[in-house]
Ligand binder design. Structure first.
Ligand code: SF4
Length: 405
């Protein structure tokens, strides 16, 4: 498995595959071509279908600042082997072709540049499946956070930036108002939810409203193109950011302890990424929100001081009950159903943690984390392309825009 730095990345919303990954590749291309004067970018598949709603044009243009840019879309949904891919062709001042980069956005803002190796895909962990991780930590009598430190001894410093950005994202979202960008004309509501939380004397309801407000705040920031943290993607970034804010501000956990939890949640995302996918365009929303729920469930269980069995069980529940969840964002905007879904997943993760901790003492779970990941991968391949981040089916076809919208 690769570094947890490939799971948690800071970047502009609204989509890790459609903005962050695109930005990374464009900036890298620019860095490697000092003579660049003009670029042609061709978008395929999910990128082509949802570029407008996902702000892909803006991110390409801002990445190639001061360079002449032309962008085209190939709306042939079966053309490219990757679900989210694009080509970059660059030219110098004499219009000489510099090089072609075929870029695949492989989920959570990670990129693969065909026939080029920039070290993003270096294997840091010698394990691929959770069963192997479990065997290793059991043999070495360590917990999952110690496992991460064993292979990534310098990760804490990086994770401090991640926690700080998550806290900033939620805080910024909570104080913002107005409409989210785009033709849907959806107002931001996180601050309204927060006020409702503050106005209720019912403590359990206040806690839940707070969590919803935080998840909405981060997701609304993401939908507005704000700076967020992939966890494991940008579309699904609100659940973990909301959880971090809750642990820090309401439960008074230290940043060091929250980093532990994030690292534990990150291992589960890493296993999913290695054996299935984190991308909605590959596996539907189960890959994004299902994975975020698994991460959050594992994080809560770990921070509750539960044992390895319960942590795995919680992560497994987090995915299992999102199996088959499709990705059909209306208008290609990461707004409906995405924002609400982040809040729902965050609430579910507390239930998953509670259920796992209790059930682990009653009987042994028959479904391992690895087996639910295999099932998610299989299920994702069965989801038709129209329901995998193309906005060609499902909820996306329920709202018809007027031409003047
Ligand atoms: S529906 Fe889910 S997978 Fe699709 S864009 Fe929204 S959050 Fe991402």
């Amino acid at each position: 498995m690769k570094s947890l730095k490939e799971i948690y990345k800071i970047g502009p919303g609204p989509s890790s595959s459609h903005t962050l990954a695109v930005q990374r590749a464009c900036l890298l291309y620019k860095e490697h071509h000092a003579d660049l004067k003009r670029v042609e970018v061709e978008l395929f598949d999910s990128l082509a279908f949802t570029a407008e709603g996902h702000h892909t044009f803006e991110i390409i243009r801002s990445s190639f600042k001061d360079i002449e840019v032309s962008i085209s879309k190939t709306l042939d949904k079966w053309r490219h082997p990757y679900a989210t891919a694009f080509d970059i062709n660059g030219y110098d001042e004499h219009n000489e072709h510099l090089s072609l980069w075929e870029v695949a956005s492989i989920g959570g803002g990670s990129i693969r540049i065909i026939d080029h190796d920039f070290g993003f895909e270096d294997e840091i962990y010698p394990h691929q499946h959770f069963d192997e991780v479990k065997a290793f930590v059991t043999e070495h009598n360590m917990n999952l956070f110690e496992y991460v430190l064993h292979f990534e001894p310098n990760i804490v410093e990086y994770m401090e930036q991640i926690v700080n950005q998550m806290l900033t994202t939620v805080k910024t979202g909570l104080s913002a108002s107005g409409l989210l960008p785009g033709r849907l004309k959806v107002p931001r509501v996180s601050n309204d939810l927060l006020m409702r939380a503050n106005n209720t004397s019912d403590k359990p309801q206040r806690d839940r409203l707070n969590l919803m407000a935080y998840a909405y705040a981060a997701s609304e920031e993401n939908a507005s193109g704000g700076i967020c943290v992939t966890a494991p993607t940008l579309g699904a970034s609100g659940s973990i950011a909301g959880l971090v804010y809750h642990y820090y501000h309401n439960l008074n956990f230290s940043k060091a302890k929250i980093i532990e939890g994030l690292c534990v949640g990150g291992i589960f995302a890493n296993v999913i990424k290695t054996n299935a996918t984190l991308a909605g365009s590959e596996g539907g929303c189960q890959a994004e929100i299902g994975s975020a729920c698994a991460m959050a469930s594992a994080m809560i269980t770990h921070l509750n001081g539960a044992n390895l069995k319960s942590i795995e069980y919680a992560a497994e529940i987090g995915i299992e009950h999102h199996l088959g969840l499709t990705c059909d964002p209306i208008g290609g905007y990461v707004i409906i159903p995405c924002i609400e879904r982040n809040a729902v997943a965050l609430l579910r993760s507390f239930d998953a943690a509670l259920l796992a901790e209790q059930m682990s003492e009653i009987r042994t779970n028959k479904i391992t984390f690895d087996s639910v990941v295999r099932t998610m991968n299989y299920t994702g391949k069965m989801i038709i392309k129209e329901l995998r981040e193309t906005s060609l089916g499902g909820l996306a076809t329920e709202v018809v825009f007027d031409s003047e919208d």
